[in-house]
Ligand binder design. Structure first.
Ligand code: MG
Ligand code: MG
Length: 248
């Protein structure tokens, strides 16, 4: 089956993307010291259902929550569990929505209270790396071009990109082809035509890019316990470039 989305699917993806953007914007307002990650997870689920959508992550491969909450050295797939935010924490919120049968995926990383300058810089580099990638997208760009744009920008800032986890196609499933590493060589990989929908998600670490899975079997953490930041949007390749469909 083609990975290209037809115009009906694209309209529904855009509607789902707006729902997801609204959910993340609401969650952001609730991140402060003393708040429990599972309170945010419950809020995410409530907001998604209120919008007549379905939490895409809950039950996906057995994941028990609607929201991934990854704190400090946790990169992605953080279980909300009993985490309580404290000032200075770096919090990644990753959420997925299924709307009219189609999936969108987005993540932000933000500070709780006052962030250290290095945590602040890491967060902005992860975010900016996404926009460096979005900037070069147009029909014919390759997955290697996108990975290279992310990697070059991140490494020029003195950080590293995680290798073990990648961005991905999205839409009919939570994860579909093509795989989209956050590193790569220009001109290599799959050439992207109009109508491809991608979750582009730089995962940026201050230290070595090696990661390990925590004892909870879900949360991915840096092997050297260095800080990590993650930023993600669902993006549609268009005639003129790309459209970020999970942006408010
Ligand atoms: Mg995600
Ligand atoms: Mg994703």
């Amino acid at each position: 089956m083609t990975i290209l989305k037809n115009s009906d699917e694209i309209e529904n993806l855009k509607a789902g993307g707006r729902i997801l953007a609204g959910v993340l914007a609401e969650l952001k307002k609730s991140v402060r010291p003393g708040v429990k990650a599972k309170t945010l997870d419950a809020l995410a689920e409530k907001l998604i259902i209120k919008a007549k959508a379905t939490p895409a992550f809950k039950g996906y491969q057995g994941f028990p929550a609607s929201l991934c909450v990854s704190v400090n050295s946790e990169v992605v797939h953080g279980l909300p569990g009993n985490k309580v935010f404290k000032s200075g924490d770096l919090v990644g919120l990753d959420c997925g929505v299924k709307y009219r049968g189609l999936f969108t995926d987005a993540a932000i990383t933000m500070g709780v209270g006052q962030l250290s300058p290095k945590a602040k810089k890491l967060t902005s580099v992860a975010r900016e790396a996404f926009f460096q990638a979005a900037k070069i997208i147009k029909p014919g760009v390759t997955t290697g071009d996108i990975g290279n744009a992310i990697q070059v920008f991140v490494e020029a800032n003195g950080y590293n990109v995680v290798r073990a986890l990648v961005g991905h196609g999205v839409g009919r499933q939570v994860h579909e082809e093509p795989k989209l590493p956050n590193y790569g060589t220009p001109g290599t990989g799959m050439k992207l035509p109009v109508g491809v929908v991608l979750a582009i998600e730089p995962m940026v670490v201050e230290g070595h890019y090696q990661v390990v899975t925590a004892k909870d079997n879900w949360t991915v953490i840096t092997a050297d316990s260095g800080l990590a930041a993650h930023y993600e949007h669902t993006v549609l390749v268009t005639e003129n470039g790309c459209e970020i469909i999970t942006k408010l």
